[in-house]
Design a protein around this ligand. Structure first.
Ligand code: ZN
Length: 307
């Protein structure tokens, strides 16, 4: 048996013991939220959460209005917890993961996806495709595990051609603030690991019958959301909508994480209008777990109603 397998088995055994004691002590594993949507089985699986500066949510917003919006989300202080929800779509024989989470090297509070999948009886080998909404660390870096092996060894990958091009081009270095230089290095290192298994997609492409990617650029240059047809529809919105109050009541505020703020605002408004008009079900990556709900119009803007 190769040394790396020995090491993996040893670590896996230790991790299971640790997981058992953690579950016993604090109920650490978060069970997926499951529902059916037509012929599709949907599971929202927690990757844990990020700890982020509240100022980054809307640096340019009036202080009083921002404080009120944060209070409405039960957030106060300089930092807040931003949940990270990965979506798993079972479509016949395909098991499609939307975003791979943070992995072991971004934040200690995140990178719980594999643990939560395995606690729910879903093995890493079962995932057949991973579709990335975009190339930020909390969505991409989890494609490798803590041993730097592919976390989902049987998966093929789908990424927007525009997103791939952005992270590999000169604008990634020039266009991002210096504290995000590590995002560029990390995206290139992550993408290099899957370059032989990746399909470049464009808006409108079908992943499997009934599941399509569509353009929601602005948060990043090639940001994709997914639409899953049946009834009033289901949209996996990625980071087009970031916060349960601010993104809906104040879609024109500018979160620091948006690469192209004006484009992100236009995208957000278009998406919110569609969600409210069509009563489409929504899954938001950073909305309070499991991040599923609908959108209603309110006071000239919108309101997120958790399911
Ligand atoms: Zn994110």
């Amino acid at each position: 048996m190769p040394a790396s397998l020995d090491r993996r088995h040893f670590l896996a055994a230790s991790a299971s013991l640790a997981a058992l004691s953690a579950v016993g002590a604090a109920g650490a594993a978060t069970a997926p939220h499951r529902f059916t949507h037509g012929a599709f089985e949907i599971s929202v699986v927690s990757d844990g959460h990020l700890v982020l500066p509240t100022a980054a949510l809307a640096g340019d917003a009036p202080a009083e209005a921002r404080a009120a919006a944060l209070k409405a989300a039960s957030q106060s202080g300089d930092q807040y917890n931003s949940p990270t929800n990965c979506t798993l779509i079972r479509a016949g024989r395909e098991l499609i993961l939307v975003d791979a989470g943070s992995g072991a090297h971004f934040m200690p509070t995140a990178g719980k996806l594999v643990e939560n999948l395995e606690a729910a009886g879903i093995g890493r080998d079962a995932v057949t495709q991973i579709v990335f909404t975009h190339g930020h660390p909390d969505h991409l870096w989890g494609l490798v595990d803590d041993l730097d092996d592919l976390a989902f060894p049987k998966a093929r990958y789908v990424v927007a051609a525009a997103e791939w091009d952005f992270w590999h081009g000169p604008n990634a270095e020039r266009g991002l603030p210096s504290e995000r230089a590590g995002f560029v290095t990390g995206a290139r290192r992550s993408f290099a690991r899957i370059k032989d298994k990746v399909t470049m997609a464009k808006a409108g492409d079908e992943i499997v019958p009934g599941v399509r990617v569509f353009d929601t650029r602005g948060h990043t240059q090639g940001h994709f959301a997914l639409e899953i047809s049946c009834g009033d529809g289901l949209i996996v919105a990625g980071d087009a909508l970031l916060h349960p109050i601010i993104s809906f009541a104040h879609p024109d505020w500018r979160p620091a994480g948006d690469h192209e703020p004006d484009v992100a605002i236009a995208t957000r408004r278009k998406l919110l209008d569609r969600l409210a008009t069509d009563k489409t079900r929504l899954i938001g990556f950073h909305l309070p777990f499991p991040g599923t709900g609908i959108v209603e119009r309110k006071d000239g803007a919108y309101r997120y109603v958790a399911a």
